[in-house]
Design a protein around this ligand. Structure first.
Ligand code: 5GP
Ligand code: MN
Length: 326
């Protein structure tokens, strides 16, 4: 439960040799980028590293050649490492099945989520960081690691995706300076952008079209929500993974402050994604349901039917939006 900052991480690296680096389930670009860059950097200083995520690799990242170094849903033997580092993960349940390893070896948490309660034995939490990938960059520089175009490109990915390609409010001068450094060192930013933004399957558009038919707009146009059922996924040839980008489409609509997307993972298992634009804190509401995230992007899973979940979450959000002072 100690916040040791970047110096604590340095000491942790110096006092161990074989690391297990874990990213969160349902990995996003920042998670994959942080796992890969930290693993790459530590191998450069002759550390042994296993990199693991307890989910399948999202289809768009399969062509990102370095991901072959990550074990997706693999079994990890506790004898094969001395110390754990988790990246971009705000709570232990985000480890999936690797959560069980946490009390077997020491663990160090590197994260930037406001909902993180310092759940590691050691923690470096930077709420000002645009992304965990930005923290990894600062750490590798601190260690004096030389960047090459491969490391620069994988490190750049998380900075690009977590800032919405330099659009979100976490895009400050510091992250722009780091991005500039990474590009000087050979980061192929257009490759990353094209991989993430221009790699949609046409089925995702069919799903978008189905989801659009279910849109509800309320609170004078400031709250928008919609849902995706298992039937809609089947009809359009999609998996829940294909739904990940659709919440952004809801938020993009004029006048909307808060967007909510409900995705049916199972009959009584609903994944809820929240996004906001300017003033509504969606981290707070996700925490209420055992989830987490950031003020402008958060999520949780609720174990009820779709109807019950929509009813409860929409009413709760309405109440919160109506009473908030901003
Ligand atoms: P998304 O809606 O894209 O799944 O997630 C948005 C943000 O909320 C991400 O930063 C993600 O880490 C966080 N998040 C989403 N679902 C959960 C959850 O179930 N638990 C926690 N702790 N964070 C979540
Ligand atoms: Mn992140």
């Amino acid at each position: 439960m100690t916040e040791t900052g970047i110096n604590g991480l340095k000491e942790y690296i110096n006092t161990h040799n074989r690391f297990l680096i874990i990213g969160h389930i349902e990995p996003d670009g920042d998670c994959i980028s942080s796992v890969l860059s930290l693993s790459y950097g530590l191998r450069r200083i002759q550390k042994k590293v296993i990199s693991a995520i307890d989910s399948q690799c999202p289809a768009i990242y399969e062509e990102f050649q370095p991901v072959s170094q990550i074990t997706f849903e693999g079994d990890i033997c506790v004898e094969d490492f001395d110390a754990i580092i988790t990246v971009d993960s705000s709570s232990p349940d985000r480890m999936g099945k690797y959560q069980g390893l946490m009390d077997k070896k020491p663990n160090f948490v590197i994260d930037h989520h406001v909902t993180n309660k310092l759940w590691g034995n050691y923690n470096w939490l930077d709420l000002e960081a645009s992304s965990t990938a930005e923290m990894v960059y600062r750490f590798l520089k601190e260690l004096g690691i030389e960047y090459d175009p491969v490391l620069a490109t994988i490190n750049m990915l998380g900075i690009q995706t977590d800032t919405g390609f330099f659009k979100y409010t976490n895009t400050g001068w510091r992250v722009m300076e780091i991005a500039s450094e990474l590009i000087k060192q050979g980061a192929n930013a257009p490759f990353n952008a094209s991989m993430v933004l221009e790699n949609n399957r046409v089925q995702e558009f069919y799903l978008l079209s189905e989801m659009a038919k279910k849109i509800k707009i309320t609170l004078d146009g400031t709250l928008i929500y919609s849902f995706i059922t298992l039937d809609m996924l089947e009809k359009t040839g999609c998996t829940y993974e294909d739904a990940a980008g659709l919440i952004g489409e809801l938020r993009s609509i004029k006048g909307v402050e808060t967007a909510i997307l409900f995705t049916e993972m199972d009959k009584e298992e609903i994944k809820v994604s929240f996004r906001s634009k300017k003033w509504f804190d969606v981290a707070d509401i996700a925490i209420e349901y055992g989830g987490g995230g950031h003020q402008r992007a958060s999520g949780c899973t609720i174990y009820q039917t779709m109807d019950q979940t929509i009813d409860e979450v929409v009413n709760n959000t309405k109440k919160r939006m109506e009473t908030v002072n901003y």
